[in-house]
Design a protein around this ligand. Structure first.
Ligand code: EPU
Length: 433
């Protein structure tokens, strides 16, 4: 199995390019289930979660054709299958985004329940609430959520807020179902994340009628059918934020291309308060210059446009070496702290108090053998390794590959001393100890 070894201490310098957003790509690919005719999707990230969804779509009668690494054409060739099986859904909880399209277009869906995961419980009650408001019947049977709407879906008013704000994929499922429902749907407390706005743009280009995407109130006028279209996925704001943090904490000077800084206001604000310079360059690039010493900053994750939960672990890695005490509070997934014990193995001084962690900055981290538990925790351990003294060896790298494409090659190109190698063998290009 692959591992990643990092020799800390290098300043990152140069230009790095952000790929298309995994979390926009997944619901957009699922939306191809709604279309009559092929859809072409560009700027698709070459990551494991995308490959997993391609497999799910294959089982659902969708044919795909890759055009180079970053483009794919998806076309439904069989409208009969309605089951997304456990073996695929358990690999990626995002597979739940086929639920809405299936029930809307095929009248029935059987999608394995995603279950819990390293970042905490992942309920789907709001997904069910959205579909039920549109007239679907939903039940849980043998580990599957079963939704049916034999007589079609009807537009309705739906409040989608939950205990931790809105739901991103719950909004996506309700929006996709409403696009083919009979009549007008109003979603209140809709997720405002840019990935939802990107999905709405894709659906609109397929012929859907949607107002208010990207705001808490969306109004959808159902149409009879949707056609295939061509779409370019937005840049991945979480990957971009990961590179911004990497530049800030390594005293780096990095130009980040294919970035939408307007999607990253909260992250840029945190980095500036920590002492980094974040300078826009034209409309789709920015430069991040890290300070000699980072200033501590309190961070609270929130739904968009707040600090994304998907950047919490990376920001915590940065604050581990800030000059003082920071408090990191998680308001989306209160248990998303699997990186804490691993960062502690690297010398970080962290005290967990409920859904918050008090971070006592230390002058330096020390390289250690650490284990990835989930995608963003892996990214935070890579970042910690970039500044740690000595070598950090990260195992369970497959978590990282779910959402970052060849991250070690791209960080190496801007000066990181980082190599991937096969477990059980000496790394071919292991950094010097
Ligand atoms: N929630 C409910 N009921 C539901 C659905 C969600 O209570 O029916 C709760 C969740 O437990 C959580 C909160 O609502 O406390 C928000 O969850 P949400 O539904 O928004 O998460 P998601 O749509 O399943 C997406 C991303 C996650 C990201 C979250 C939050 C994709 C494929 N996944 O998940 O991304 O953390 O939104 O922004 O878009 C990642 O990329 O590493 C990742 C985990």
């Amino acid at each position: 199995m692959d591992k990643i070894a990092i020799q800390g201490g290098a300043r990152l310098e140069g230009t790095i390019r952000v790929n298309g957003a995994k979390n926009a790509a997944l619901p957009i690919m699922a939306a191809s289930l709604l279309a009559d005719g092929p859809s072409a999707i560009d700027s698709l990230p070459d990551v494991v979660d995308v490959h997993t969804l391609i497999k799910v779509l294959e089982t659902l009668g969708v044919r795909h054709e890759r055009d180079g690494n970053a483009s794919i054409t998806l076309e439904v060739v069989d409208h009969e299958p309605v089951t997304a099986p456990y073996d695929l859904v358990r690999q990626m909880r995002g597979s739940i985004c086929v639920l809405g399209p299936l029930v809307a277009r095929r009248g029935q869906a059987r999608v394995s329940l995603p279950g819990g995961c390293a970042i905490g419980v992942r309920p789907i009650d709001l997904h069910r609430k959205g579909l039920e408001a549109l007239g679907a019947a939903t039940t849980i049977e043998h580990g599957y959520v079963v939704a049916s709407a034999a007589d079609g879906l009807r537009g309705s008013s739906i409040f989608l807020g939950g205990p931790f704000g809105s739901t991103v994929l719950g909004t996506a499922n309700t929006l996709m179902a409403a696009a083919l429902a009979d009549g007008v749907t109003v979603i209140e407390s809709a997720a405002c994340e840019p990935e939802i706005a990107d999905l709405a743009l894709f659906l609109t280009n397929m012929g859907a009628s949607i107002e208010g995407a990207g705001s808490p109130t969306m109004r959808i006028k159902g149409v009879r059918s949707l056609r295939g279209t061509r779409h370019t996925i937005i840049p991945d704001r979480i990957e971009a934020a990961t590179f911004m943090v990497a530049a800030a904490m390594t005293r780096g000077n990095v130009v980040i291309e294919n970035i939408r800084l307007e999607h990253l206001g909260a992250v840029a604000d945190i980095l500036r308060r920590a002492g980094a310079e974040v300078t826009p360059l034209g409309h789709d690039a920015c430069r991040v210059v890290g300070p000699d010493k980072l200033t501590p900053v309190d961070v609270t994750t929130l739904p968009y446009p707040g600090v994304p939960t998907d950047v919490q672990a990376q920001l915590m890695a940065m604050l581990c070496i800030a000059d003082g005490i920071s408090v990191v509070t998680e308001k989306i997934y209160p248990d998303r702290f699997m990186h804490v014990p691993e960062l502690q193995r690297m010398g970080a001084v962290l005290h967990k108090e409920g859904a918050a962690v008090i971070v006592h900055g230390v002058p330096a981290l020390s390289g250690a053998q650490v284990m990835a538990s989930d995608l963003r925790a892996s990214a935070s351990l890579i970042l910690a390794g970039l500044v740690a003294q000595g070598t950090t060896e990260l195992s369970r790298v497959y978590h990282l590959d779910r959402g970052y494409e060849r991250i070690e090659e791209r960080l190496r190109a801007i000066g990181a001393d980082i190599r991937r190698y096969d477990d059980g063998q000496e790394p071919t290009n292991k950094p010097k100890d």
